[in-house]
Design a protein around this ligand. Structure first.
Ligand SMILES: Nc1nc2c(c(CN[C@H]3C=C[C@H](O)[C@@H]3O)cn2[C@@H]2O[C@H](COP(=O)(O)O)[C@@H](O)[C@H]2O)c(=O)[nH]1
Length: 341
């Protein structure tokens, strides 16, 4: 059986050896204290996944779980070289960018009668069909469309051969354990193995695998097959937005050398030392914010264990980054063109 390193242990190791990225413990504590009043609000809770986001499924059934699987299989690399010309999708009179443009294209296909979330369909999709489903409403196409085609065919075949054609079968096999589901995903779907080597040690982030578990928990509303009792064991999802917001909130810092490279729009490769430090320190920084939040609630005598975990913190910070684009414009995000985030 293959050994999958723990993203949290990887993050601790990376943060301890990082040269160009540092976690500011005091800054993390300040962020936790600033979130204290928000934790009990709707946008911090599990219900926010549906109530705040009109493109997410309303249902909690097999089709909704298969929607999550398809979207998270393609949930990567939406950034464009020039901010002003990027992939956009118009859906129901609204124009969506970034991650939401992917969701809009999926919902547009479903409305057009294309069974895009069915494994029997995407297992044998042609490249032209993928290009059609994910067509852009600008001149800029969805990045990495060939990789997306390959991954759709590959994961569709696995779902058909091993899980009766639905990711819900995989969820049921996890017996309400987030960690078991995470490992089933890593064992069966190679494109989710988001790993690197850092200081000669194999480290992991598993961004899409962990967000797939989290979004499954969310779409099933934490009930039934989705009532994972160990959901708090997940880390945040190391994408290219969370680091940006952590630096903006002064919980994490970049060296002058790295900041200069980021400002110049340097294209990093997946696994580069700076990229691994940015992602690992982001995970470790959020683990500290979670810890501090728990402590603040303990002190106030209010047990909020079920309300505070890395998943809900991540969703909140990611939505915050989306809603505060203007204030964050001076903090560059790191550019990597890859299938992992
Ligand atoms: N850490 C983290 N990364 C996330 C998400 C999501 C979508 N989840 C939402 C859906 C329902 C929930 O309520 C969440 O709000 C996408 N991404 C990543 O962001 C990047 C795209 O950014 P932009 O170009 O600005 O759209 C890209 O790497 C993508 O993989 C998240 O939640 N956490």
């Amino acid at each position: 059986m293959e050994v999958f390193p723990s993203p949290l242990e990887s993050a601790k190791f990376i943060a301890e050896h990082s040269k160009d990225v540092s976690v500011d413990e005091e800054g993390a504590r300040r962020v936790a204290e600033s979130l204290f009043d928000k934790v009990s609000a709707a946008e911090f809770g599990l219900a926010g996944w549906k109530s705040l986001h009109e493109l997410n499924p309303r249902a909690a059934d097999k089709e909704a779980v298969d929607w999550v699987f398809l979207v998270d299989t393609l949930n990567f690399s939406f950034w464009s070289e020039q901010e002003e010309c990027k992939y956009l999708v118009k859906y129901k009179d609204k124009t969506y960018s970034g991650y939401w443009s992917l969701c809009a294209a999926v919902n547009r296909a479903l409305d057009d009668g294309i069974p895009i979330t069915s494994a029997s369909y995407f297992a044998t999709m042609t490249l032209d069909q993928v290009r059609h489903v994910f067509r852009s409403d600008t001149e800029v196409p969805l990045p990495l469309i060939e990789e997306r085609h390959r991954m759709l065919n590959e994961s569709g075949i696995v779902l058909l051969e091993k899980f009766g054609g639905s990711f819900l079968t995989c969820v049921k096999m996890s017996e309400k354990s987030a960690q078991k589901l995470l490992h089933l995903i890593l064992e069966n779907f190679p494109s989710y193995r988001d790993e690197a080597v850092f200081e000669k040690k194999k480290v992991s982030f598993y961004k899409r695998a962990q967000i797939l578990v989290a979004d499954t928990w969310s779409v099933l509303e934490g009930k039934g097959d989705g009532s994972f009792d160990d959901i708090s064991s997940l880390t945040i999802f190391a994408d290219y937005r969370i680091p940006q917001v952590l630096v903006h909130l002064k919980a994490m810092k970049y060296s002058e050398k790295l900041m200069k490279k980021l400002r110049e729009g340097t294209l990093f490769q997946s696994g580069d030392k700076e990229e691994v430090e940015i992602r690992g320190c982001s995970i470790w920084c959020c683990a500290l914010i979670c810890k501090h939040l728990q402590e603040v609630y303990q002190k106030k005598g209010r047990g909020m264990h079920e309300k505070i975990n890395a998943v809900l913190l991540d969703y909140y910070l990611w939505d915050y980054a989306r809603d505060h684009r203007a204030e964050m414009k001076d903090i560059p995000f790191h550019r990597v063109r890859c299938i992992y985030y």
